[in-house]
Design a protein around this ligand. Sequence first.
Ligand code: ADP
Ligand code: MG
Length: 256
Amino acid sequence: MSSPSPLDSQSALVIRPPDTAPALIQLEGITKVYGTGDLEVRALDGVNLQIHAGEYCSIMGASGSGKSTMMNVIGCLDRPTAGQYYLDSEDVAQLSDRALAHIRNRKIGFVFQQFHLLPQISALDNVMLPMVYANVPLADRRERAATALERVGLGNRIQNKPSQLSGGQQQRVAIARAIVNHPVLLLADEPTGALDTQTTQEILGIFSDLNQQGMTVVMVTHEPEVARSTQRVVWFRDGRVIHAQLDPADLHEATF
Ligand code: ADP
Ligand code: MG
């Protein structure tokens, strides 16, 4: 019987396969219960999931299956009822509300179906807002906001108010606002749900570019066509992950 050569055991110490690197998002037994008694809703029911830095993944599943609740937990907008959440190896459950808000402002960007822009102020002012909460020096805010708007192709519309912009342009402003603090993680909940096919493709192009520049992107969608632009599909049913690692190319065969 031969023993392993010293060289082999040494290289095993040096070479670290990618799947053993700590995940950016690590969820263990995440449960979220709304209400009590007869009105109790188990929106998430023991979710285990890992998403690594640099991934571009979509979350699918029927309406009411827990996708938005999941995004709110991942984005530190909401705390789970039970389970462990490690974001960038940090145990989120241990953090105070203040520390959680700090992480949310600096590490996470959000995009929603209905844009959620403030209607009274310009695109530029909308994009400057998150920098107020992150204490970015006043002198830097304007230039950083303008740069973020250029990055999404809206450099020439920065003084327009949301009502003067199309839906697709408003979503671009929302993306600029989401990335202006250079988050590690971009979360998008049905970001193309209110957009036509052409505009949807433009928005997906922006997400792909951001991902190629190193940002981790997690997007909820119910459209297979949209999910096919991502690298991996996670499928929810009744508050549980029933497929953690679907190939988007296989979606047309899937009957979940
Ligand atoms: P999805 O985004 O997949 O449509 P949600 O995460 O919004 O699903 O909802 C999951 C379940 O939790 C649904 O039954 C929904 O009605 C319920 N739910 C979501 N938010 C709340 C809330 N704030 N209060 C009570 N029930 C909620
Ligand atoms: Mg939802």
